[in-house]
Design a protein around this ligand. Structure first.
Ligand SMILES: NC(=O)c1ccc[n+]([C@@H]2O[C@H](COP(=O)([O-])OP(=O)(O)OC[C@H]3O[C@@H](n4cnc5c(N)ncnc54)[C@H](OP(=O)(O)O)[C@@H]3O)[C@@H](O)[C@H]2O)c1
Length: 230
């Protein structure tokens, strides 16, 4: 269902991970601004309290996606799932231990797949939308980011596979690939005023969720107005 199709008496619901910071936080705030009910997930208690205070439509849920019961996060009715939580270790392959590989895949990929699996019955009922926040690293790899890039390549495959599987059910699946964005995650040595604003990436996520009923936006690349090298 799109905003334009929305029955004014019906409140749409989004489950947003990574909602305590950066891109996910902006997605939560923008959706609430549009009248969506938002379940905002993260670990940072102070940031969660700020979200609760920011809008009556936001309900925060404290959860560690690497440890807690993900099925319990999914409400009965869901119209959009946004998996924005992620970690980005900056290590060379020769220095990356097995458990570090496992952690980055567990959060960036498996948690998104698990939440999608638990939300699918509700998403099928609502003909809803799943958005995976990927990265430029989803299509390329650089030195010191192989674990991150490998996880984001896997996340792209997850999105493509899920989209193909859910074609008949009407669930839409979108990958958003942000370039360097001004959040705590980005530690590159650049003039930060040239980075993408997290609110701009969030607008792309919201565009995917609110796209016209007859389409799905499959892949959205969000690049800085002027390309950066760092
Ligand atoms: N910033 C960039 O340049 C950039 C570029 C391309 C793609 N991305 C992608 O954009 C997404 C959002 O990143 P961001 O830049 O907004 O980063 P951020 O500001 O560092 O936010 C990361 C989010 O992930 C959550 N998170 C981390 N570990 C978690 C865990 N174990 N359980 C639950 N939540 C956890 C954090 O919440 P808590 O700490 O509260 O748990 C936080 O809300 C990520 O998928 C990232 O890969 C970012």
């Amino acid at each position: 269902m799109t905003i334009s199709d929305q029955d004014s008496t019906q409140t749409l619901t989004a489950l947003v991970t990574g909602a305590t910071s950066g891109i996910g936080r902006e997605v939560a705030l923008q959706l609430a601004e549009l009248g969506w009910r938002v379940i905002a997930v993260g670990r940072d208690r102070e940031a969660l309290t700020q979200l609760d205070e920011a809008s009556a439509l936001i309900t925060s849920r404290a959860a560690d996606l690497l440890a807690d019961d993900l099925a319990a996060l999914v409400p009965e009715s869901v119209d959009a799932l946004v998996h924005a939580a992620g970690i980005s270790p900056s290590t060379r392959v020769e220095d990356t231990a097995d458990e570090d590989w496992e952690r980055v895949f567990a959060l960036n990929v498996t948690a998104g797949a698990s939440l999608a699996r638990h939300a699918l019955p509700a998403l099928r009922r609502s003909r809803g939308t799943v958005v995976f926040v990927n990265s430029g690293a989803g299509t390329a790899a650089r030195p010191r980011n192989a674990p991150y890039a490998a996880s984001k390549h896997a996340l792209r495959a997850l999105a493509n596979g899920l989209r193909a599987e859910e074609e008949a059910s009407g669930v839409r699946v979108t990958t958003v690939y942000p370039g360097p964005t001004d959040t705590p995650m980005f530690g590159g040595d650049v003039d930060r005023s040239e980075l993408i604003r997290p609110s701009s990436v969030a607008r792309a996520v919201v565009m995917a969720i609110t796209a016209s009923e007859d389409v799905q936006l499959t892949d959205i690349h969000v690049r800085p107005r002027r390309e950066l090298s760092w």
